[in-house]
Design a protein around this ligand. Structure first.
Ligand code: ATP
Ligand code: MG
Length: 400
């Protein structure tokens, strides 16, 4: 069967009322970007669904690429036919006969085009009867058919589809604003970033780097993780924070039980100051309640106190096993477990306070002059832009 269209269903997007156009426009743009290496392909957007016109391209790699685009509920290969009974019958029969290992089928007609003269129930019978009469050893099963042929009679044409392929769901990346992800090289924060993207957030990432205590390899890990993230959306900028001097200062001047809390507060301050400068309105971390000393309720309270920014913690209620299984699913786990140390593990005291008290933290910080350091650090942040694989290939093509 020569399919010429892929039908894309929006799912949750259809609930968005007046904002819907914004969402669908973003989704169409994201699909176009993701399919940039298939120049013949065209994307057509309606208010309630989208069509990819294949123009001769093989649908398989396109379906596969689209399966990681958030905002798509499901996809089907579709045949576009004129709104004529005979034409629909002919194509539906072809679809049935071309399907392998089919013993039962069902026809489901939806007629949004009321100018079409036959009602949907009646058309189910007419088409079902026609298919039965023109095939052998195939019967109708309305409950558990091997093949369901959906006939969607619309104003511009009729679309025939059979299989539904599950999409990545969620909302189109870019439709929920931009957030700054605190990205370490660990398992959790990349998963947090992925889940935030699934809710439509576009990401920039900030990474705290403490050479020579942390190596280039540790940095490389972070960039590799950012590349994996970029696959689900747009290019990801990774902002690299030169953190060594301030970390040393904290380590030197704050009692060890509290140095971890203070260091985290510095990370929050720097992240917020940088986000503010970039007009980004929220922070994301990979924190999960109770996982380590800095992720107790008391720690989060003391750390969070330095920022008025919303801090989004997509993993807060998840078990480590759940987080790991997502990490594996999105192919990040093998990168995350590469054994290079993060700045937070290098300076971690033997016994960090699991229940730091805010008054004490503030008291210790009062004797530390750190505001100029923060300003200086924010100024010195360097940015690496991780492009999506598609835009890298496109640039290469443009060069050649
Ligand atoms: P992860 O697996 O994300 O490293 P973790 O379980 O190691 O998390 P922590 O070390 O307590 O937990 O870090 C908590 C969160 O702080 C991380 O999920 C991340 O969002 C942020 N973070 C930690 N280290 C860094 C870093 N070097 N650069 C940027 N953000 C960091
Ligand atoms: Mg970590």
């Amino acid at each position: 069967m020569q399919y010429e269209h892929i039908l894309i269903r929006y799912g949750e997007l259809t609930l968005k009322g007046r904002n819907r156009k914004l969402f669908t426009t973003q989704l169409a743009e994201n699909v176009r970007q993701a399919l940039i290496k298939f120049p013949a392909v065209k994307v057509q957007k309606n208010h309630d669904r989208m069509y990819i016109v294949l123009n001769g391209e093989n649908p398989e790699p396109i379906l596969e690429r689209c399966s990681t685009i958030f905002g798509i509920q499901s996809m089907s290969l579709a045949i576009k036919v004129a709104n004529e009974e005979e034409a629909i019958k002919e194509q539906a029969l072809k679809l049935l006969l071309d399907s392998k290992n089919i013993r039962t089928f069902k026809v489901s007609t939806k007629r949004s085009n009321k100018d079409f003269p036959i009602g949907s129930q009646e058309f189910n019978h007419i088409l079902g009867g026609y298919l039965l009469n023109n095939s052998e050893n195939i019967t109708v099963d309305v409950h558990y058919p091997d093949l369901e042929i959906s006939v969607d009679i619309r104003t511009e044409a009729t679309y025939l589809t059979s299989k539904k392929i599950r999409g990545a769901a969620g909302l189109p990346v870019g439709s929920s604003g931009k957030a700054l992800l605190l990205l370490s090289g660990g398992i959790d924060s990349p998963v947090a970033g992925y889940l935030a993207m699934k809710r439509g957030m576009q990401l920039e990432a900030i990474h705290f780097h403490s050479p020579p205590y942390t190596s280039d390899r540790a940095m490389e890990k972070v960039l590799d993780l950012a590349e994996k993230l970029s696959f689900y959306g747009h290019s990801v900028k990774v902002h690299i924070v030169p953190f060594t001097a301030l970390q040393q200062k904290v380590h030197r001047e704050i009692p060890h039980g509290y140095s971890m809390t203070v260091m985290r507060r510095m990370m929050m301050r720097i992240s917020e100051a940088f986000a503010r400068k970039k007009g980004i309105l929220s922070l994301i971390t990979g924190e999960s309640l109770g996982q380590v000393a800095s992720q107790t309720m008391e720690s989060m309270y003391a750390i969070n106190a330095v920022t008025s920014y919303p801090v989004i913690r997509p993993l807060i209620t998840m078990d480590k096993t759940e987080i790991i299984s997502i990490s594996e699913e999105i192919n990040m786990y093998d990168i995350s477990i590469r054994p290079y140390e993060d700045c937070c593990t290098v300076f971690v005291p033997n016994a960090p306070k699991t229940k730091p008290r805010l008054e004490k933290v503030e008291q210790f910080e009062a004797s530390l002059i750190f505001e100029p350091d923060i300003e200086e650090i924010v100024e010195a942040i360097e940015t690496v832009e991780i492009k999506t694989r598609e835009s890298q290939e496109q640039e290469l093509d443009d060069l050649l």
